[in-house]
Write a protein that binds this ligand. Structure first.
Ligand SMILES: [Zn+2]
Ligand SMILES: [Zn+2]
Length: 99
């Protein structure tokens, strides 16, 4: 699996971070007003966080799912960063290995 390529996208809810998911969606993580990471978990099972603390928040999110979901996949994971609104922000992603 190639690492996803993230890019910024302007939405009605504000500036966000997306990638080509491979499904019909445009999953967009919008950082909170304070800069802390926002996330989107796409219907196809891929999840990404963008903003301050993205990797830590993804860790916590996946750990929570592991104990609460009956069938939780294994994920390929990675981090990235990109220019966003004049600064650099952190992106963390987890894509199901069987997707
Ligand atoms: Zn989707
Ligand atoms: Zn998707």
């Amino acid at each position: 699996m190639d690492d996803p390529i993230f890019r910024t996208i302007r939405t009605e809810a504000g500036e966000g971070v997306t990638y080509d998911c491979g499904c019909p969606c445009t999953p967009t993580a919008i950082p909170a007003a304070d800069g802390y990471a926002g996330s989107e978990h796409c219907c196809c099972g891929k999840v990404h966080f963008a903003g301050i603390g993205a990797a830590e928040r993804l860790d916590a999110y996946l750990a929570e799912r592991k104990v609460t979901k009956r069938r939780e996949p294994e994920y390929a994971r990675g981090t990235s960063s990109l220019g966003f609104d004049g600064r650099t922000i952190e992106v963390a992603w987890a894509f199901p290995l069987d997707a």
